[in-house]
Design a protein around this ligand. Structure first.
Ligand code: NAD
Length: 251
């Protein structure tokens, strides 16, 4: 068991990459809090976690709400005694030409994708520092500027994910000396609801020509990297942004 006995919070875990992460952590021995905007779907994931012999807790949590986030951490500590692992996975995307982006488009995306990670990290780290041990894993994207590339129609998303990489480095600097490792994962195109837009627009074949692996990634492939970053095996890693994209960034 690579994370046996640990308590993990995974946001945006009712489906997609978050669900795969929650189940992978449970398979490796963690009890998992499944947070998302819809509690009913979270409960289904918790039922799967229980089927693996672990404990789980389904919580309705909008990561852009300070109250929801603080309540999620409070209830995690009440139920499991502590928070060891936080996976900041919740995220949204929408497509629009830059000149048509509204203030609302910008605020909504930045509030969920970037402010949400700040709020969750702050609330969880306040508990982790007490135990002098923690792992914060932020899901960014290859579409994040510095570490990756920019795509058209998602300036707001790209800015939010670039912010996630920058936040990861800043948190690693402050929190690593207190026993908390902070890393980011930058996925390429992963086969979830978020990638549906690409499939439905008929652009999948064209996208695949840019991915040396010739296929989309699977949520479980991101989850395996999360388990590594959550475990003792990665103890010397902090402040990194790891690309997992089937080779896309080489093209
Ligand atoms: N799928 C990809 O190709 C891809 C690529 C790079 C990065 N990512 C990132 O991976 C993460 C997971 O994405 P996914 O592909 O599984 O997409 P998804 O849309 O299937 O899952 C996103 C989850 O986040 C939840 N969510 C949305 N707003 C929320 C909020 N305010 N509070 C709490 N939860 C909220 C959704 O309900 C959903 O369960 C996201 O951060 C996304 O940006 C995905």
């Amino acid at each position: 068991m690579r994370v046996g006995g640990k308590t993990a919070i995974v946001t945006g875990a009712r489906r997609g990459i978050g669900r795969a992460i929650a189940l992978a952590l449970a398979r490796e021995g963690a009890n998992v809090v499944v947070g998302d905007i819809g509690r009913e779907d979270c409960q289904k994931v918790v039922d799967e976690i229980k089927g693996l012999g672990r404990r789980g807790l389904a919580l309705k949590c909008d990561v852009s709400s300070t109250d929801d986030v603080e309540d999620m951490v409070r209830r995690t500590v009440a139920e499991f005694g502590r928070v060891d692992i936080l996976v900041n996975n919740a995220g949204i995307i929408s497509y629009k030409p830059f000149l048509e982006l509204t203030d609302e488009d910008w605020d909504k995306t930045l509030n969920v994708n970037l402010k949400g990670q700040f709020l969750c990290a702050r609330a969880a780290a306040r508990d982790m520092v007490k135990n002098k041990w923690g792992r914060i894993i932020n899901i960014a994207s290859i579409s994040s500027g510095g570490c990756g590339i920019a795509f058209p129609l998602i300036a707001h998303y790209t800015a939010s994910k670039g912010g996630v990489v920058a936040l990861t480095e800043a948190l690693a600097l402050e929190l690593t000396p207190q026993g908390i490792n902070v890393n980011a994962i930058c996925p390429g195109a992963i086969d979830t609801d978020m990638a549906k837009g690409v499939k439905e627009s008929g652009q999948l074949a064209q996208v695949l020509t840019r991915i040396p692996k010739g296929r989309l990634g699977q949520p479980e492939e991101i989850a395996r990297l999360v388990v590594f970053l959550a475990s003792e095996e990665s103890d010397y890693m902090s402040g990194s942004a790891i690309v997992i994209d089937g080779g896309w960034l080489t093209t």
